[in-house]
Write a protein that binds this ligand. Structure first.
Ligand code: SI3
Length: 288
């Protein structure tokens, strides 16, 4: 399960419906062009929190059908409705997903005991491994070392997708739990996370910049830090321009420029203006 995973984008049409052909093309681009090790399906980048349960199932189904066993597949099934999370976990597991992942429950400012209960309840109902999805900037859920340790006591909890700029905590988790999988979540911080010996990374920009991300990870693993820093620098120039123009919309527009039918984002995300589309093309020409 180690390696680099694209946080998979999904292609939506003007009505907000899943564009099956477009989604298949995004999967193929990640596997054939970006040479990614795996796909993280229905995460933030997949606009998971903007779509229905039926659409989530449709996406899990299409991605597994297209990717088969060519790369590892992680299904993000986390939902505030725990029945939905369980149903999605069982569905993805029945399709053959290699692991499930669940975002920490958010919005109601749950206590840690409630968060722990959420994970144990999901795992009582599904025979699969689980990766905690921690992204405090978006969920407001900040867990400390001891709390990660309590969640890791469950043998089905095999790791964490760590999307935070807290390298002190990352190092402490790495040191305390050498057998758990840690995936770095911020693409612009891949090099420092790799130096701290994470097992892999999951990122939105890997949909278009997967080759550079892999280079950074592999150079860091072999101790070639100066070389890795150069690649991270170009990567961060690219990411800064993408963020400035609109993260998911710009990645989709770059994919479209590359001939992949990446479609639109779901409302309420806005579409790129004509200027934004031109900027995305310039970014693609400059960096990719
Ligand atoms: O679940 C997911 O789609 C992710 O893996 C998200 C990933 O951590 C991305 N975070 C968000 C909020 O999109 C990053 O890849 C991020 O887009 C990138 O580092 C640019 O800031």
């Amino acid at each position: 399960m180690k390696g680099l995973y694209s946080a998979l984008m999904c292609s939506f049409d003007e009505q907000g419906k899943v564009n099956e052909q477009g989604l298949r093309e995004i999967v193929r681009h990640n596997i054939d062009v970006s040479k990614i090790d795996g796909l993280y399906v229905n995460g933030s980048t997949g606009e998971n929190f903007l779509i229905s349960k039926e659409q989530k199932k449709q996406i899990f189904d299409i991605v597994k059908d297209e990717a088969g066993d060519e790369v590892k597949l992680i299904a993000q099934i986390g939902a505030l409705n725990i029945d939905e999370a369980i149903e999605l976990a069982q569905f993805a597991t029945s399709l053959g997903y290699d692991a499930i992942s669940a975002v920490t429950p958010f919005y109601y400012k749950f206590e840690f005991e409630e968060i722990k209960d959420y994970y144990t309840t999901i795992l009582e109902h599904v025979d699969n491994d689980l990766i905690i999805y921690s992204i405090p900037a978006l969920t407001g859920v900040n867990m400390n070392l001891e709390q990660f340790g309590e969640l890791f006591e469950h043998e089905q909890v095999i790791g964490v997708k760590f999307t935070a700029p807290d390298f002190f905590l990352l190092e402490r988790i790495r040191h305390a739990f050498p057998d758990k999988l840690i995936y770095s979540g911020f693409d612009e911080m891949l090099l420092p996370a790799s130096v701290l010996n994470v097992d892999g990374a999951i990122g939105s920009t890997f949909n278009v910049n997967g080759k550079r991300a892999k280079q950074i990870f592999e150079l860091a693993q072999s101790g070639q830090i100066d070389e890795a820093r150069e690649v991270q620098k170009v990567t961060n120039d690219l990411i800064a321009e993408i963020l400035d123009n609109g993260l998911y919309q710009t990645i989709k527009e770059i994919l479209i420029f590359k001939g992949v039918n990446a479609g639109l984002c779901r409302k309420p995300m806005k579409s790129l203006t004509d200027d934004g589309i031109s900027k995305a093309k310039q970014i693609a020409e400059k960096y990719l």
